[in-house]
Ligand binder design. Structure first.
Ligand code: KG4
Ligand code: ZN
Length: 365
């Protein structure tokens, strides 16, 4: 990037409050996160009203901490990015209003960011390793979170085509619902993965939904029903002990992983692209990582994952996406909160080389 910029990013689309600062010269210089998961756990899911109120409580202290940890004054910030959707509309409104207030006070642009664009750009935030260059466009993104399961062809900033999506439950939702059936807490994806470590993935042959059909869509509700029936069966036979639960968890996880891997490979073929990026909370799953790496590697394709902290919701990906967008155009987007917002409706942003615009100046809206 030619002009140095620092963007503060705010994430409040669900139950995580994230505030981070991305510096185009130095990378991420602050990254604060507060998870409300414990507060929602008692309700077995995210309570929207509680989420909004908790974001209100946490945003100002986290912002102060982010500035302090980066050693920056507000005057050093060139833009305030925030998640404008999709997500819980009340929670989004809190972040949008807070961000727009800061932007107005600091006389810099407010930058509405699409939450899923944030997820899919997160792997571009930093080099994956010393010998591994940062991935770049074009790539196929597998976005697997609590609310979404999508395969997206990404050709450039804002240039996204949805190749496939879930017809019912999201992958993370399937993990969470299965975890609940197994008596694990909410959100149960990580706990289920841990339980699965001690289980036999071949103990149960659960359905691999949609694998027999052409196309790139997913469906997980049938799998969840199959697991529910297996648990009921085991309970009726009095055999639902720790080992049985671990076997069910491992077999469920294997079915989801097989499905995600197979569809991802099909998407790479369909788009004729050699790079797969995996993002969203389920991207933290170790079995999924291993399986994708070996399957894609066998075909000569590259798979990139953000580190687990950037797979789940965070402010860093919003700050980073905001910085790319500020660099590209930088106009003030005001307060926007959209519960639903198809990623395909974003407009491609022309590459910097072909633009004549200069970097926006402080106070220019
Ligand atoms: O991206 P994210 O933090 O939030 C949403 O935007 O939804 O994803 C959260 C989802 C939850 O469903 C959680 O259970 C799941 O990601 N998850 C996992 C793992 N860690 C988090 N699922 C499977 N294995 C994991 N290790
Ligand atoms: Zn998310």
């Amino acid at each position: 990037m030619i002009f140095r910029m620092r963007v503060l990013g705010i994430e409040t689309s669900c139950d995580e409050t994230g505030v981070a600062i991305y510096d185009t010269d130095e990378g991420l210089v602050a990254d604060e996160l507060y998870s409300q998961a414990a507060a929602h756990a008692a309700f077995g899911g995210v309570l929207p009203e509680l989420a909004s109120r908790d974001h209100v409580r946490k945003l100002a202290p986290l912002t102060r901490r982010a500035l302090e940890s980066a050693g920056l004054e507000p005057g050093a910030i060139d833009g305030v990015a925030y998640t404008a959707g999709p997500g819980l509309v009340g929670a989004l409104m809190v972040g949008a209003a807070f961000a727009a207030g800061l932007a107005r006070a600091w006389r810099v642009p407010a930058l509405p960011v699409h939450h899923m664009e944030g997820h899919l750009l997160a792997p571009l935030l930093e080099d994956p390793g010393p010998d591994s260059p940062r991935p770049d466009f074009p790539f196929v993104a597998l976005l697997v979170s609590g609310g979404h399961t999508m395969l997206v062809e990404a050709r450039g900033l804002g240039d996204y085509r949805q190749l496939g999506t879930t017809l019912d439950d999201a992958a993370g939702e399937a993990f969470d619902k299965t975890a609940k059936l197994l008596g694990l807490g909410y959100p149960g994806g990580a706990a289920l993965a841990k339980l699965a470590e001690g289980g036999d993935p071949a103990a149960w042959r659960f359905p691999r939904p949609m694998l027999g059909k052409p196309g790139l869509d997913f469906s997980f509700s049938g799998l969840k029903t199959a697991v529910a029936l297996a648990i009921r069966d085991a309970e009726e036979h009095g055999s639902l002990d720790g080992a049985q639960r671990a076997d069910i968890a491992a077999s469920f996880q294997a079915a989801v992983v097989d499905t995600l891997v197979e569809k991802s490979l099909r998407a790479l073929d369909a788009a004729a692209i050699g790079t797969l990026i995996v993002a969203g909370g389920v991207g933290a799953n170790a079995r999924l990582r291993e399986a994708l790496e070996s399957a894609a590697g066998a075909r000569g394709a590259r798979v990139c994952f953000p580190r687990p902290a950037y797979c789940t919701d965070n402010g860093a990906m919003i700050a980073y996406t905001g910085a790319l967008r500020l660099h590209a155009s930088g106009h003030d987007g005001g307060i926007v909160a959209r519960a639903r917002w198809p990623i395909e409706s974003l407009e491609p942003v022309a590459p910097r080389a072909s633009r004549t615009s200069r970097a926006p100046q402080r106070g220019e809206h």
